[in-house]
Ligand binder design. Structure first.
Ligand SMILES: Cc1cc2nc3c(=O)[nH]c(=O)nc-3n(C[C@H](O)[C@H](O)[C@H](O)COP(=O)(O)O)c2cc1C
Length: 140
């Protein structure tokens, strides 16, 4: 499967989580592109079979959490994602509130089928994502 992973990372945590995700998916034989969403070409990203968009969690730590403006703007610039799968993910410290559902709704509004929503408390990827990667089958 052709997979695109883009992220908005302020201090590197979300970028590290995205890199770990790509490693897991590549070990299963999928082909991944990985990079910051700033400067990524939304039309190229939309060509993937599975589009993964990640944001760091912005808010007041216990309330008013939301995805970054850049990540929501990027999603709004993606092409038609009908027939494509999508994953949304974030990193956080305390709480994520409605962040993931908001990103998922925005991806669904582009026509994607959202197959996963993951939050990582730091740069490491948890077992839930490993199971998800297995559920996709082998890429080759
Ligand atoms: C201004 C600001 C607001 C934040 N708000 C929240 C928040 O509401 N909830 C939370 O769990 N973490 C919050 N965080 C923590 C970051 O989301 C978390 O450290 C994240 O992993 C950083 O990712 P990055 O290294 O990719 O930028 C906030 C961080 C900053 C700088």
């Amino acid at each position: 499967m052709k997979i695109a992973i883009v992220h908005d990372s302020r201090t590197g945590t979300t970028a590290a989580a995205a890199k770990a995700m790509a490693g897991i998916l590549e070990r299963r034989g999928h082909s991944c592109t990985l990079g910051p969403l700033a400067g990524a070409d939304p039309s190229k990203i939309s060509e993937a079979d599975l589009v993964c968009v990640g944001s760091w969690t912005q808010g007041l730590f216990v309330i008013l959490q939301h995805p970054t403006r850049a990540s929501m703007e990027f999603i709004s610039r993606l092409g038609d994602l009908h027939g494509k799968k999508a994953v949304v993910f974030c990193t956080y410290k305390l709480a994520t509130g409605s962040l993931l559902p908001r990103m998922a709704a925005a991806m669904a509004a582009r026509g994607a089928t959202v197959v996963g929503q993951f939050r990582f408390r730091g740069p490491s990827v948890h077992e839930g994502f490993v199971s998800f990667a297995s559920s996709l089958g082998d890429g080759a």
